[in-house]
Design a protein around this ligand. Structure first.
Ligand SMILES: [Zn+2]
Length: 1010
């Protein structure tokens, strides 16, 4: 046996030896070309020609090494990467990557899926042939490091794996289509990594696998190239703006890492999960000249491992430092990007034990070389920008490509140089994720087995499964301690007048009140002792953004709590006994169970606000269905208001679809005796403008996912169709982020027409919709047509800023709308209360739905047009004699009789009609046409659910969802947004209820007597 001190001595010696051999003399490697390797002189000349100033280049990219057998990007582009006037389609980028693959064993191309429009996505691996040969055995090691349970959490074994492994660094380009530089930069980067024999690049190639998805938003890239080519073909004309990027959404494709609605998100996530890379690095363009915003600013996401936030600092500062030494201006980190939301594409790495990174580089929205003048805020020196961008400079796409490649090469080099550290960190982060229950907690999240919305519950669990999260299901009931119900919490302030700002309590409850709760068998358990516990924790937990947080430039949503937004119960369990519950790992994709129970010729389906009910309705669109206007009992069960009653249907069809959709149908002998009305599958149009399609895309994707068919029309189509009602029953007008007049006027008609059409020059435009000229808006005729559509009996659905359109342009008698002045509800989740549960819009919902709200409009309702009807004043008396409780007494006459004050109206109610109004009731709205408030915002103290809420009293108690009858039709107003980023699936049914009951929205309505 060895002497212990000798053993330690030998260990230290060996460690030193291995440390030294793992990183051989790298400190001496100087960035720049190998003088012994020939350069491609033509290519190099062009690089220098297209770079607008020497300091916009670096020793890493101011030349291109020559290769006798490997083609340069010029083979496909006809010029160098970043050349003016050259913007390749995705297919051309792929063609080049595959040429590389054929020419060198150092490049491999993988197909990683297709887009919504069927275009391919790829990932390109570049490394030395030695590393690429060992890719599979390395993947096996990385998979073990990523799941330390497989090596029994054995740190020594992890060290052996780390010593044998090499890291994978995953780079993704051009998710944002107007940010055009990355594809050519990444083509050239792949070439350099494969060909360049300089010590610097060779070191990267020998130590890191660089994985590249050169185009993330493939559909949008090809449209952008079309637009740019149109611009080149019409040099003196205005050119189309990129109104569509991807098939559904634009900039928000980089907010989908929560809901995973888009194929590009799923494809990159699946690649990430399969390759186990240590970094996911996404390339963007906005600010000059290179902003490494990974470090960004606070608040940081509260669920990531502190090891990761340190890694951000290390890599980010190295990046700035190296490029500063190259003398490249405008390279900085920090800035004002907060790293709170987990919705960004690159953040998938942060929530899955990797490292998320992001660059903003500078671009011209195409490949033109332009003189760019910056604003002082962009070029002034600040503490984190010591070598700021130049106030004025000529900027080219080549400059952009120099910056992107230089920054990536320095990152790859640094990463390779510290690969063992980062691989060990990768293991440690994974291990700490598995250790979560015994460290910070929680132990698990439980989705109870007695959930009433089983369809939405299954949908939420499927999203977690797609995130790579392991799901278990209890096979027996179990009891654990959970947080006690909130009722016991005292309110911080009794007097609302004393605290003008209704905000969540400033400090968390001191008392650690818990109570035991028994969950039934069948409950889903998301154990936190798994490698991907962090993503589940981040998505299922609540968010709290303090109103006094120093960060006031809030970058994005402050809340995303998935259980609340899905309207299903999710219970955070700290009690580690939950891990001992009897349970099985769920291996298949989770589905709610469906079918037909009992026997009989009449079928009933409980309305539980599950989204698959609308799919059922449309899949069986020729089958007559009715909605019960009151709750009833049948087949020994309780059925909610709105439940479907189907008197005639093919049992086989119904059974098959119920099975497929996971809907439980009950057969009964006789239809229940309850008042009903038809539930329809009406003709829907989703109306878009040519100004912006960003937010309505989330409506289209929601409708498509649930197989709800719709016509897709533009405001220009509406302008041309005087009889809209002959074509559609429902028109949905999702938020546009434009003013009502903007929607009507469109854009100024100066200059040339601006087409958005499928032509041989622009083969990727059109498809979704097209026009000869994008400029004209709805116009006044379109407005008339829409008003007539409603009068003719149509349903017009408006949300957030399109409610401004409906209210200001006279669609909604009796509704007032103001915009908040103090409220700060920045992409957060607020509680609503059901005011009128008999409205078909509320079918299936309980009393308190949490909804997404982003400073929504503040509604008021009245029984008169033009703000008629005064809200009764407060309780304070006027100036005069006596105490505050006494009446005033006019002097020198007897005291008159004081009439009873009018009944008090709540903030969500119309003030009662007075005798004065009725005397000549010109502006008085007939009772049947008065606004009907379906949901309101909760009281101040109950309003906050998740995120940032400040000044909440401004919107507390105000109407949130209002149904306004008009002529024979209805206008529906949402202050909240029921379709947001694929995250708000719990509120979709408010819209679908309105649609399915579009011609019976007055059901259950109690009319005012006068
Ligand atoms: Zn971007």
């Amino acid at each position: 046996m060895m002497n212990p001190s000798l053993r330690i001595y030998l260990f230290v010696l060996l460690s030193l030896f291995f440390a030294a051999s793992a990183v051989p003399t790298v400190a001496q490697i100087k960035p720049g070309r190998d003088p012994n390797q020939a350069i491609d002189q033509d290519y190099t000349n062009k690089i220098r020609e297209y770079t607008t100033a020497p300091y916009f280049n670096s020793p890493l990219t101011d030349y291109l090494p020559a290769s006798p057998n490997v083609p340069t990007p010029k083979a496909v582009l006809g010029d160098v990467a970043g050349a003016p006037g050259k913007l390749p389609y995705a297919e051309d980028v792929y063609k080049y990557m595959r040429m590389l693959e054929r020419a060198t064993p150092r490049v491999k191309v993988y197909s990683i899926g297709t887009t919504e429009e069927g275009r391919e996505m790829i990932a390109v691996a570049v490394a030395s042939e030695k590393l690429l040969e060992k890719l599979e055995e390395n993947r096996a090691r990385l998979t073990k490091l990523a799941d330390p349970r497989t090596i029994n959490m054995d740190d020594a074994e992890a060290d052996r794996l780390v010593a044998a492994s090499f890291p994978v660094y995953y780079i993704t380009g051009t998710i944002h289509s107007p940010e055009t530089g990355a594809p050519t930069a990444l083509m050239e980067l792949a070439y350099r990594l494969a060909v360049d024999d300089s010590s610097y690049v060779k070191f990267i190639r020998d130590n890191v696998v660089t994985l590249i998805t050169p185009v993330v938003e493939v559909d949008g890239r090809n449209r952008m190239v079309d637009v740019y080519n149109w611009h080149l073909a019409h040099p003196n004309e205005n050119w189309p703006w990129l109104v569509y990027w991807g098939h559904y959404v634009a900039h928000d494709n980089n907010r989908d890492a929560i809901g995973l609605s888009l194929k590009l998100t799923r494809n990159v996530l699946n690649t990430y999960l399969a390759w186990k890379p240590q970094v996911l690095h996404d390339l963007h363009e906005s600010v000059p000249y290179l902003y490494d915003n990974t470090i960004g600013d606070g608040p940081y996401n509260a669920w990531v491992d502190p090891i990761l936030t340190d890694e951000w600092q290390m890599i980010g500062w190295n990046n700035v430092s190296e490029m500063t030494k190259f003398g490249m201006p405008g390279v900085f980190a920090h800035g004002n990007f907060d790293t709170w939301s987990p919705g960004y594409l690159m953040f998938m790495a942060a929530t899955h034990n990797g490292i998320s990174r992001l660059y903003e580089t500078f671009g011209n929205g195409g490949a033109d070389t332009l003189d760019r003048t910056l604003s002082p805020s962009e070029y002034e020196r600040t503490w984190y920008k010591q070598n700021p961008p130049l106030p004025k400079a000529k900027w080219s796409q080549r400059n952009n490509n120099n910056y992107e490649q230089t920054a990536l090469l320095t990152s790859l080099y640094y990463f390779g140089n510290n690969s063992k550290l980062f691989l060990k960190n990768f293991y440690l982060k994974s291990k700490r994720s598995v250790d979560k229950p015994k460290n910070e907690g929680p132990a698990a999240y439980v989705l109870p087995g007695d959930e009433s919305r089983v369809g939405n519950q299954a949908e939420l669990v499927r999203t977690l499964q797609a995130q790579g999260v392991e799901i278990s299901r209890a096979t027996a009931p179990f009891t654990v301690a959970v947080k006690a119900k909130r009722a016991a919490t005292p309110t911080p302030s009794a007097s609302p007048a004393a605290s003008p700002s209704a905000s969540p309590a400033a400090s968390p409850a001191r008392r650690k009140d818990t109570e035991d709760r028994t969950f039934p068998a069948g409950s889903y358990i998301v154990r936190m002792d798994q490698p991907y516990s962090r993503i589940a924790d981040a998505l299922l937990d609540y968010q709290y953004w303090a109103p006094n947080d120093p960060q006031t430039a809030i970058y994005d949503d402050t809340a995303w709590t998935m259980g609340e937004l899905a309207n299903v119960e999710v219970v955070r369990v700290v009690d580690t006994r939950v891990l001992q519950a009897q349970m099985d790992r769920v291996t298949a994709e989770v589905r709610s169970s469906g079918g037909i129970g009992n026997t009989g010729s009449v079928y009933v389906v409980n309305h539980n606000a599950d989204n698959n009910l609308v799919t059922l309705r449309y899949r069986l669109k020729d089958v007559e269905m009715e909605a019960a206007e009151e709750p009833f009992e049948a087949a020994g069960r309780k059925f909610n208001r709105g439940s479907f009653i189907i008197r005639r249907a093919s049992e086989t069809d119904l059974r098959n679809i119920a099975n497929e959709l996971g809907i439980q149908v009950y057969a009964v002998a006789d239809a229940p005796s309850v008042k009903t009305h038809p539930v329809r599958a009406p003709r829907i149009a989703i109306m878009h403008t040519w100004l912006s399609t960003q937010d309505e895309g989330w409506y289209r994707i929601g409708f498509d996912q649930l197989q709800v068919p719709f016509a897709y029309i533009s405001t220009q189509d509406v302008a041309k169709e005087p009889n809209l009602k002959s074509k559609y029953d429902v028109v949905v007008f999702a938020p546009v982020s434009r003013s009502p007049l903007n929607i009507i006027n469109g854009l100024p008609m100066y200059g040339n027409p601006i087409p958005w059409k499928n032509t041989s020059l622009t083969p990727n435009l059109g498809r979704i919709d097209e026009t000869d000229d994008m400029r004209p808006g709805l116009g006044w005729s379109g407005l008339q047509n829409l008003i007539k559509f409603v009068k003719d009996g149509g349903l017009f659905i408006t949300v957030d800023d399109t409610t401004d359109f409906a209210v200001q342009l006279g669609f909604t008698a009796g509704v007032t709308l103001t915009r908040s002045t103090r409220l700060r509800a920045v992409g957060d989740i607020l509680r609503t209360k059901t005011v009128d549960a008999a409205s078909p819009i509320a079918y299936g919902y309980g009393d308190s739905l949490a909804m997404y709200c982003s400073n929504g409009p503040i509604f008021g309702v009245n029984n008169g047009v033009g703000g008629g009807g005064r809200r009764p004043g407060g309780t304070q008396r006027s100036t005069g004699r006596g105490t505050p409780e006494d009446p005033d007494v006019p002097q020198g006459r007897p005291m008159p009789e004081i009439p009873e004050p009018p009944p008090r109206a709540e903030a969500w109610q119309a003030p009662p009609v007075t005798e004065e109004q009725r005397r000549n009731a010109i502006g008085l709205i007939p009772p049947a046409l008065r606004p009907r408030v379906v949901l309101r915002y909760a009281d101040s103290r109950d309003l906050f659910v998740s995120g940032l809420l400040d000044g909440g009293d401004e919107i507390a108690q105000r109407p949130a969802v209002v149904d306004v009858p008009s002529g024979n039709g209805h206008v529906l107003l949402f202050s909240t947004n029921p379709f947001w980023r694929g995250q708000t699936k719990g509120s979709y049914m408010l819209v679908f209820n309105a649609i399915m009951n579009w011609d019976n929205l007055n059901a259950g309505r109690k009319l005012d007597e006068k």
